[in-house]
Write a protein that binds this ligand. Structure first.
Ligand SMILES: [Zn+2]
Length: 356
């Protein structure tokens, strides 16, 4: 799509989105109505800026680079993924909830069994370092439930210091879990995330990518097999990027319209970390002390927490969805099953072989 046409469409989508009945998104320079590009027509744009609510830095990236084989993943009837296992791997308690919870909840509803794996101990949040560890340990249990996941695992590495640990150890622990749980599909931060300031995200993404490859190998950690584990063949990877700095390649947009409330509740469960939790109740109480109220926050704390997340933090996923004719969407660099390389060679040989 040509840049000007795309941007015009983006602006129209952004204006039409409306962000609920009563909210006006605070638009930044990247998405101001009427913005024109200074890119000379001889250049083909390689990144697209989409409308952004400017309500949170923890939603969609400023830019998207779309692949020309982009697929919109929609709801599937029945339980087509029955028998398959997914692992949602995150450095921190709010990573999967913010960027992938809608898609995870969708796949669980479509038959997957799922597990949440957290690599850090999240101590850099909460009223004190120690309190942050305890609060986030409790929060991830509730977040996992909200997505329909079966169990959580934590590695408890120090928050924002994960590059202080040997990459090989993190990878090996993941390989053990992937084999034990017989994982088929993973969610993780994109290992090639652009402009992400958080060092833990890159560590987590790289560890997951290596572990996916090595989990199926017969020669890596052979003692696992002596202990009864089986190789794990991970066929599908959903990589997400952190905003606002990221502008990763996107080849899959997932329709999460049916699962947006699951995503909202998952983020509400994160009380110790992230921009959601009880932020709605706090804003409501703050306004009340000033003798004011925001109608969209309702009349009780639970309603306020839900509405705050849905209307402030999910807006950007709504703006992304509108670009594709969807109510809400999440975007991924999706890597699917590999071709049957050897089978293709055998097939070619069978078809083309001639008598000696
Ligand atoms: Zn994070």
């Amino acid at each position: 799509m040509q840049r000007r046409k795309f941007l015009a469409g983006s602006m129209a989508g952004g204006m039409a989105a409306g962000i609920g009945a009563s909210l006006e998104p605070a638009r930044g320079a990247q998405s101001s109505p009427g913005r024109s590009t200074d890119l000379p027509s001889k250049f083909t744009p390689s990144a697209h800026s989409l409308p952004h609510s400017q309500f949170s830095p923890f939603t969609t990236p400023d830019y998207f680079t779309f692949a020309d084989d982009l697929v919109i993943e929609r709801n599937l009837p029945g339980k087509p993924h029955q028998g398959k296992v997914l692992a949602a791997v995150q450095a921190h308690s709010d990573d999967i909830p913010l960027f992938a919870a809608g898609t995870v909840a969708k796949l669980i509803d479509e038959g997957y069994t799922g597990y949440l794996i957290r690599l850090s101990n999240d101590e850099a949040s909460g009223s004190t370092l120690g309190h942050g560890v305890v609060q986030n340990e409790a929060d991830i249990q509730e977040a996992a439930k909200a997505m329909g996941l079966k169990k959580t695992y934590s590695f408890y590495y120090r928050n924002h210091r994960m590059d202080d640990n040997a990459a090989i150890e993190i990878r090996a622990r993941l390989i053990f879990l992937f084999r034990m749980l017989q994982v088929n599909t993973v969610f993780a931060m994109d290992p090639y995330d652009h402009y992400d300031e958080n060092p833990d995200h890159i560590v987590a993404g790289k560890a997951v990518e290596g572990a996916c490859w090595m989990s199926g190998g017969a020669k890596d950690y052979p003692e696992h097999y002596k202990a009864g584990l089986k190789p794990a063949h991970i066929r599908e990877k959903y990589y997400h990027a952190r905003s606002p700095q990221g502008h990763n390649l996107v080849n899959r947009v997932v329709d999460i319209g049916s699962y947006i409330d699951h995503k909202v509740r998952t983020n509400m469960a994160n009380k110790g970390k992230g921009p959601a939790g009880t932020a709605g109740a706090r804003l409501r109480q703050q306004l009340a002390r000033q003798g004011k109220k925001l109608p969209l926050l309702g009349n009780d704390d639970e309603t306020a927490n839900f509405a705050y997340v849905k209307h402030f933090l999910m807006d950007d996923f709504q703006l992304l969805g509108r670009q594709f004719g969807l109510e809400y969407a999440e975007a991924f660099r999706y890597i699917g099953p590999e071709p049957n390389y050897l089978g293709n060679i055998v097939k070619y040989a069978n078809e083309h072989a001639v008598p000696l």
